[in-house]
Design a protein around this ligand. Structure first.
Ligand code: PGA
Length: 314
């Protein structure tokens, strides 16, 4: 059978408009060209497809069967083309991510799995603090953003992908390490090492103490999670960190998690993008990957129970 997709789509247009002239306008063809395509289709199929009724060209019974078949065929071809475009997208695409600094302890593992499965994808990763990620999110600079808590005051789509508890840490020889259920008031008398303004970690911990009428005595402000850890190890004070930043120290015993009433502060890692933003095939695939695997990747790091157990064994 020598029918073509072109003939089917021209015929569908004529049937829709019930007119060769209007179909020709829609398709940017001459009226005789449209007529010829329909005629060839009729010859190939051996049926009459259209009846002239007054000024209108109306499908015959056979024409209605062909309208239905043509729609199904063109839909199937459209779906096939979309799937092929998606495959190309995953083969050669680019993914831009902005993540808060605390997410750098688990996100690369997830990115690694994703890039192994899709080796042609180029990734641009910006690691910065919450305030800067929110600014990038508002300006739609990246495909996806990852934050420690839901973004506030922005029209975005945000999905929780895993737990993100925030803990208070101390050096193993700190007197509070041996205590249980420590009242927040007691902790708030200790010198604290806090992240810079704009950090989500700092915002969360300050909110907790402020809600109880307490202000943390800040000994030092430090611009990264690693700097906080080193300063705590150096005996400069207590620190507040997302549990997932302790991926390495959790097993070495260099840092201990304090048992403070109200802690860990329970939060959820969020993946977010501006509402209405068109996600590329790659971005959508990575979002699906996060939703499917983030929880497991995060839990593969140290669990609170394990850190607490180490503290108890000391
Ligand atoms: P940040 O990230 O402290 O690096 O801003 C953590 C968060 O958003 O909670």
């Amino acid at each position: 059978m020598r029918i073509s997709l072109r003939q089917l789509s021209v015929f569908l247009s004529v049937a829709r408009h019930q007119s060769y002239t209007r179909a020709a306008e829609e398709l940017n063809l001459t009226q005789p060209a449209v007529f010829t395509q329909v005629k060839q289709l009729e010859d190939s199929l051996g049926v009459t497809l259209l009846d002239r009724i007054g000024k209108r060209m109306q499908p015959t019974d056979a024409g209605r069967v062909v309208v239905e078949g043509a729609r199904e065929t063109l839909d199937a071809v459209g779906r096939m083309e979309m799937r092929l475009a998606d495959m190309r997208g995953l083969r050669e695409g680019r993914l831009t991510l902005a993540i808060v600094s605390t997410a750098q302890y688990f996100l690369p593992r997830l990115l690694g799995q994703f890039c192994d499965a899709n080796p042609g994808i180029e990734v641009a990763l910006t690691v910065t603090n919450r305030q800067a990620v929110l600014a990038r999110l508002a300006a739609s600079e990246d495909d996806l953003c990852i934050l420690g808590t839901p973004p506030e005051g922005l029209d975005v789509v945000a999905r929780a992908i895993a737990d993100n508890p925030l803990v208070l840490i101390a050096r193993p020889d700190h007197p509070l390490v041996a205590e249980v259920n420590i009242p927040p008031e007691r902790v708030a008398r200790e010198p604290f090492l806090l992240r810079e303004r704009g950090s989500g970690t700092r915002l969360t911990v300050e909110r907790f103490f402020r809600a109880r009428g307490l202000t943390l005595p800040m000994r030092m402000e430090l611009g990264s999670n690693e700097a906080i850890k080193q300063a705590v190890i150096g005996g400069l004070g207590l620190g507040a960190l997302s549990r997932d930043t302790l991926a390495l120290e959790g097993t070495t015993g260099a840092l201990k998690v304090l048992d403070v009433a109200g802690f860990p502060l329970l939060r959820q890692w969020q993946v977010a993008y501006p509402r209405g933003k068109h996600l590329s095939v790659v971005a959508q695939a990575f979002l699906d990957h996060l939703v499917a695997h983030a929880r497991q990747a995060v839990e593969a790091g140290p669990t609170i129970a394990r850190i607490a157990k180490e503290a108890a064994q000391e």
